[in-house]
Ligand binder design. Sequence first.
Ligand SMILES: *Cc1c(COP(=O)(O)O)cnc(C)c1O
Length: 352
Amino acid sequence: MSFKYPVSRPGLDGRELEYVTETIKEGWISSQGPFVQRFERAFADYNRIAHGVACSSGTAALTLALRALGIGPGDEVIVPEFTMVASAWAVTYTGATPVFVDCADDLNIDVRRIEEKITPRTKAIMPVHVYGRRCDMDTIMDIAFQYNLRVVEDSAEAHGIRPVGDIACYSLFANKIITAGEGGICLTDDARLAGQLAHLRGMAFTTDHSFVHKKLAYNFRMTAMQAAVALAQVERLDELLATRREIEHRYDQGLKNIPEVTLMPSRDVLWMYDLRVQRRAELCAFLAGEGIETRLFFKPMSRQPGYLDPRWPSLNASRFSEDGLYLPTYTALTAADQDFVTGRIRAFYDAL
Ligand SMILES: *Cc1c(COP(=O)(O)O)cnc(C)c1O
């Protein structure tokens, strides 16, 4: 089913086509040519971080980050309950075990609950800036310092939030704030870690072409065509974030004072406009009939088949996953489009 107002739509009206055309004309269809490095430099500079290592997806970025930090079998990594499954999978791919911590009312990891989950096996914390809200990084960095843990930020939904952990990982999937279609990037200030990330990304090849590979590595390279799109997107990131800020304000205005709708705390950068509602299933069906796509909130990790916790702990994250959803959020959404969306939501509740 295709919607007049999908939840997301990439905005490719900058220099994307021009740069992609250049890669094709020059024959840079693999990771050769200058675009991958130009993108890495541009995104690192934007965030005032020393090194960027681009790769094939956000999930790949998280996996590379954990591996570069030496995390593997026998280790534990603290991961939020309320996230996309890729955060946990990246930990599982390395052979380590994700240990889940419930979320607070802003949907981010509840920093008051982290320490009780730390064991002698804990090696790292993976805060996720959910829907563009920055985690309480001061507290997380303090805990990490105290217990000698590494910090891998899952910034897949948070381009524009300045990283402070050991490595920050971004997704460039088509529905993210900036995109390469598919893609990801790690940022770090540590030159040694950046070298490890690049080494693991590229199959741990040695420079002497000896075909001796000392580590189990990956082909997680990004192509020049993806990097060309991503570079054009970074060049407009400030503009895209400003447009998204306006979208956030307009939804806030349009949805206030509807008793059945609970607005969420404001965001540091807007990825998806999230809200909590009564009669969610009926509302979503009604909106779908009006051409408006919605998406439900994440399911808690310990409710996922792969991580099912038989103790079924009572979670804040479960409450949110039952009544939360997000609305169409993309830069081409006009004020009139937004007014239509909020008007239909209001109409739905008025008719009850
Ligand atoms: C999108 C997303 C990912 C995965 O990124 P991909 O590029 O799709 O692999 C990881 N974590 C979070 C929080 C995400 O939203």
